[in-house]
Design a protein around this ligand. Structure first.
Ligand SMILES: [Zn+2]
Length: 378
């Protein structure tokens, strides 16, 4: 079992250690942040965009946040005398803590439910940082099975905890990898945003899921139907496991795009069984490894974990899945979101999903998790 220890940083932010199975108790020094920190910044605000019906978070205080610090000043490396970092411990496995420069929070509560032009509210919600490893370099794909498994437990724990905060509508774990994506810290890490509203694309996905769910008489999720269709067709499948399968979606938007879906309809990480988490800790790093094997250099990506909205109305049809996307369309070329995509949301993909799937199958490591589950520790 992953060992969980909760503490507070000097300014009151929550920090939680997730130590790999078999770890011993945390030394008390790990629990005390000896820095002197100023009090937490006031929350930003959310403003209602009456033109589109969407909320926009205004967080001007984030302009001063840490940007690509040198390795010896990394805020998520373990603390040393020379670098009193955000993490008080001299070592750790996985750590989650509240972002010092959050777009949402530190307040919680409902935002106005019938907004119009001019509606604002404090930016309630929460933004957390997930440090995947104490090592400053590397990537999720290289964590190894035990550590990846611990991260999955951390995602599950935080999903459950954040979903229970007042006013939270959507919990979104994600990783931005690579400076091309706008990463401001090199240290391998991800983030979790807990929103007081359902973000636009999440709302579109939830709406489509609800329509399919109702049409099936509440017997099948849309993701289950899509997975069945992709497996039946076969041309875009990337890997198939016992509990998870991955495919390039029929209408992929990005030059590189893979969806990883649990076979069982589960709303979020917290609902995954131990066996499902065990396999996920193999197949997810395997996908990332294949993405990096396509080109001589590391591929920037966004790993977006779509979970069911918190509210019961949309939750029943939800089905956890990963949307792994990259703007990379050649070894030395990135796709930029320009007029059609950025202005009106109409994607134009320069690659065919079938050819991308074929490439991702071709670079499969010998003996992937999906084909050799005996590699998984019990
Ligand atoms: Zn670091």
């Amino acid at each position: 079992m992953t060992r969980i220890t909760t503490t507070r940083l000097a300014d009151g932010r929550e920090l939680i250690y997730f130590d790999d199975a078999g770890s011993t108790d945390r030394h008390p020094d790990s629990l005390v942040d000896r820095r002197e920190l100023p009090g937490r910044a006031e929350p930003g605000e959310v403003r209602y965009d009456a033109l589109s019906g969407e909320w926009v978070a205004v967080a001007a205080h984030r302009q001063t946040r840490t940007h690509l610090p040198p390795a010896d000043q990394c805020p998520i490396c373990p603390t040393t005398n020379a670098n009193p970092s955000e993490i008080p411990a001299p070592d750790y496995d996985v750590v989650v803590f509240e972002n010092r420069f959050p777009s949402l929070g530190p307040v919680n509560g409902l935002i106005p439910q019938q907004p119009g032009w001019g509606t604002t509210a404090p930016a309630s919600g929460r933004c957390e940082v997930v440090a995947f490893t104490p090592g400053h370099t590397g990537s999720f794909s290289a964590l190894g099975w035990p550590r990846a498994r611990t991260v999955i437990d951390a995602w599950a724990h935080r999903t459950e905890a954040l979903s229970s905060l007042p006013g939270i509508q959507q919990v979104f774990p994600f990783e931005n990898r690579g400076p091309e994506i706008g990463v401001t810290l090199h240290h391998p890490h991800g983030q979790i945003y807990a929103y007081p509203y359902i973000p636009p694309r999440s709302a579109a996905i939830a709406s489509a899921a609800g329509v399919h769910w109702d049409a099936s008489g509440g017997t099948q999720s849309l993701s289950s139907a899509l997975l069945a269709a992709e497996r039946n067709d076969g041309r875009r499948m990337v890997l198939e496991g016992e509990h998870f399968s991955a495919y390039v979606p029929f209408a992929a938007r990005w030059p590189l795009e893979v969806h990883l879906v649990p076979h069982r309809q589960v709303p979020d990480f917290a609902a995954l069984t131990g066996a499902e988490r065990d396999e996920l800790a193999h197949v997810y790093p395997e996908l990332l490894t294949r993405l990096d094997a396509l080109y001589p250099t590391e591929t920037p990506y966004i790993a977006a974990w779509h979970q069911a909205p918190v509210g019961p109305a949309l939750r029943r049809a939800g089905h956890l899945h990963l949307q792994l996307t990259s703007p990379r369309r050649a070894a030395d070329k990135l796709k930029f979101l320009a007029g059609s995509e950025a202005a009106v949301g109409a994607f134009i993909n320069d690659t065919t999903p079938e050819s991308v799937a074929e490439r991702l199958r071709a670079v499969a490591a010998v003996g992937t998790a999906a084909s050799s589950p005996e590699g998984a520790p019990a």
